[in-house]
Structure formats: structure tokens, C-alpha cells
Design a protein around this ligand. Sequence first.
Ligand code: ACO
Length: 310
Amino acid sequence: MSLIDTIREKAKSDVKRIALPEGDEPRTVKAAEIIRAEGLAEPILITPESIAADPRRLESYAALLYELRKAKGLTEEAAAKLAAAPMYYGMLMVKAGDADGLVSGAVHSTGDMLRPALQVIKTAPGMKLVSSSFLIECPNKALGENGLLVYADCVVNPCPNAEELANIAVATAETARKLCGIAEPRVAMLSFSTKGSASHELVDKVREATEIARGLAPDLLIDGEMQLDAALVPEVAALKAKGSPVAGRANVLIFPDLQSGNIGYKITQRIGGADCFAVLQGLASPCNDLSRGCSVEDIVNTVAATSAQA
Ligand code: ACO
């Protein structure tokens, strides 16, 4: 079964309510019909009209937003205005427990969706950081877990420090296990150096992150720093990282920063011909971003993944 089929089955097994704040966008409207017909989720299309039709709910969401953000200087008037914007309204719907998750991004940029998610939904208990996992299905089945790899962070954190990088590694292993069904995540902390082959403060950061992650998740198979080829190719691993429990057979790849991660997934997709699919992790309730060039099928699949995460 392909990854997306696994995710769709998971979504169908426990149907969740997913808010769609771009509810009058034509691809989203079409996707909602398919999602409902296939029983993947209960889509909630949010439009300016649907918001105006329920003033009592809008008022309670505005009050909720004010409570959440007053310490940050948000006034009641500003909260009322923001709550009426479909993106904030959708986030507040999730926060209030009236929806289980949210998908947007067919119209809005990643930042426009992430900022309200960080402000309203916030991190899950015990999580310090929101980040992302890219689920990668490679044509070469010798790589990763029968061709499946999970990359992070390619979407959210521009310059993670060592502690943040460690948090990203642990969260990504959890996504690999729970969402992708990878029973044994093997996490490679990527760098331009393998096991001390180069010295630089950037390498030190990855090494320190590896140590912190080991402390956070002692049972997790995690190793670094290592280069991409040492992480994936057994022959290279045997030369450069002998005895590593991860090198040569990694299925989770942690990039040192957003530039390398974002470029890395796009090279995998455009040159490597892999199917790539992103989810956010670490939020108290799942919210996921679409690319503005997304197809109806992309929206359906992202809603299914959000439902499966919920
Ligand atoms: N995890 C948890 N909370 C966070 C995180 C995080 N990773 N980042 C910011 N926050 C919190 C802050 O603490 C702050 O909370 P507060 O207002 O309650 O104090 C709030 O979110 C806003 O933080 P700012 O730093 O003011 O927000 P900023 O304007 O920097 O935006 C954002 C944060 C949107 C995540 C920014 O870092 C960003 O733009 N990241 C890159 C997104 C992007 O363009 N990705 C690449 C394209 S996507 C693709 O190619 C698939």
C-alpha cells in the first residue's frame, strides 16, 4: 500500500472535522465534495458568509482570541476584527474544539497560515517547537524504508539552534512512527562532515543537537553528524561511519537549517522524481499548509493526513 493510501485508510477509520478557511476557493470546494463522498473527513468550509451567518459564535471566538493575545497587546477591537478573518476564525474554531484540524494554503502563503497557528493553536503539551516533516516517496526502493524517507525541517524554522534541532529530530521520528507507520525510525543528523571529518562551528551545532536528542529520547536510533551519502548508502557508511546504528540505513533525515532542508526536498522532488508531502508537527491540534499551486487531489490528501494526525 502506498503511503497516501495508508494515510487515507487511517483517516477513514476515525472521521475528523477539518476546517477549511479558504472555503470559497474553487479547488477547495471541489476537494471538500470528494472528501465528504469518500468519508475521509468532515470538511467545514469557512467563508465570509458562513462567518457572518453566526454572530454569536463570532463573538465568542473574538473573546477567545482576546484572552489568548491580550498579554501580547491585542485590544478587544483588534481581536474582533481579526476573528472575523477566515484564517483566524478557522484557527479559533480548532482552539474552541469545534473542529479537529485545519488545512489552508491554496491562497495564503506559508507564513500567513503559520503565524495564526502559532499564536492561537500553539504547541502541544510537552512540545517546545512547531516544525514540519516532509514525507518522501522515492522511486529507488533501496533507500530509507522501502523508498520512504522523512525529512525535517523544510518548512518552518529558519535557523534552529542545537536544542531546537534536537527537538525537531525527536518530533520527526514520532511523525515517522505514527503517521508513516515506520516501526523503527533511524535518524541521521545531516552535515557536510561525517564523524569529525571537518571542523566548523556549524558541525559542532549538529553534534551537540545529536547529544541533546539522545538525552530526550534514549531509545531512539539517532546518529550524527554525517553526510547524506553516509546516511543512505551502506558502502559509504562502512567507510565513513563504521559501527553506526543509523549510517547507511537512515529513514529520517534531519537537515541543519531551513535553507538546506527546503533546497534538499526540492532537489529530491525535481531531480530525484520523488513524491513529496509535508505535514506540520508539534501543534496542539493539526494544521497543515498547501502549496499555492496545489491540485484538488493535493488538498484531499492533505485533509486526509490532517485527519489522520488528529
Ligand atoms: N514553534 C513554536 N512557536 C513559534 C515558532 C515555532 N517554530 N516560531 C515562532 N513561534 C511563535 C513565537 O514564539 C511567537 O509567539 P508569541 O507571539 O505568542 O510570542 C509567534 O510564534 C510569532 O513568532 P514571530 O517570531 O514573531 O513570528 P515570525 O514573524 O518570525 O513568523 C514563522 C514565524 C512564520 C514560522 C517564520 O519563522 C517563517 O516565516 N518561517 C518560514 C516559512 C517559510 O517561508 N517556509 C518556506 C516555504 S514552505 C515550502 O517551501 C513548502
